[in-house]
Design a protein around this ligand. Structure first.
Ligand code: ADP
Length: 260
């Protein structure tokens, strides 16, 4: 199926022949091998696969949290692979927004302070960015909760704060690791809708690792991993509605399991 992003917009992220081996005493574990893909500006990619298929390892390599043993990652024109510690810290701070399963908010700070934190860490004057912070609070529907601390917010609200925090630096890409893994069905749908809107309205590029077939239907494309390799891909077409998308994802998972 034709990828509707292909040849239309530049790639924000490229993984080339990416591989990761872990040495465990005598044993070498090949967590990833020969991973090749690119993500276009404003594209929303879901990564699925069974436990142990290499999803977390891949996300860590894409986010510069770990170095590959083979191949390279290019983010917004900069090779992440083999950068020095200082450069990689800066690239992570300015070019990547992270969203985690357990939100990772600072408990002593308000929702608004948590959202502003990446700017403060980067030495920016928070007041200059107030309009952006206000717009993000509105986007995630938490304007009236801005002074609440994380323990005064529901799980769904905490994840919405975490998403606004990831968006605040206008990163080249957001990497989300099981963002709905700790949420009920209703809050999962709300978060996936917000991720989708971030792509549509802010042209945010998004890569989301998920176990949840329904969550994957919000993406433009789903990449399926198995034993550290890309085994399958689905490119959704715009008019496809949720039920059709869901049956495509479930079928792809079933075909993959049947061929094992
Ligand atoms: P997933 O996120 O899909 O569950 P992971 O990326 O965590 O998969 O793991 C992929 C493979 O790499 C698994 O076989 C796992 O045991 C192995 N692995 C992951 N991290 C390490 C590590 N730090 N040391 C050794 N092996 C690891």
């Amino acid at each position: 199926m034709e990828n509707r992003f292909k040849n239309q917009v530049p790639n924000v992220l490229e993984a080339r022949n990416l591989g990761k081996k872990y040495q465990m005493g005598e044993l070498i574990v090949e967590a990833l091998s020969g991973i090749d893909f690119e993500v276009a500006s404003g594209e929303f990619v879901a990564i699925m696969g069974p436990s142990g298929s290499g999803k977390s390892t891949l996300l860590h390599l894409l986010g510069g949290l770990d170095q590959p043993t083979e191949g390279e990652v290019t983010l917004a024109g900069q090779r992440l692979t083999h950068l020095g510690d200082k450069q990689i810290t800066l690239a992570r701070r300015r070019k990547i927004g992270f969203v985690f399963q357990f939100f990772n908010l600072l408990p002593t700070m308000t929702a608004e302070e948590n959202i502003a934190l990446p700017l403060v860490i980067d030495g920016k004057d928070k007041r200059r960015y107030q309009p952006r912070i206000d717009a993000l609070l509105a986007l995630v529907g938490l304007t009236d909760r801005r002074r609440h601390k994380p323990d005064q917010l529901s799980a769904g609200e905490q994840q919405r704060v975490a998403l606004a925090r990831a968006l605040v630096t206008e990163p080249a890409v957001i990497l989300a690791d099981e963002p709905t893994g700790n949420l009920d069905t209703k809050n999962s749908a709300a978060i996936m809708e917000l991720l989708r809107r971030s792509c549509n309205e802010l042209n945010q590029t998004m890569i989301v690792v998920t176990h949840d077939a329904l969550a994957a239907t919000y993406a433009d494309r789903v990449i399926f991993l198995k034993d550290g390799e890309i085994r399958n891909q689905i490119d959704f077409q715009k008019p496809q509605l949720m039920p059709e998308r869901l049956s495509m994802v479930i079928k792809a998972i079933e075909i993959k399991e049947a061929s094992d």
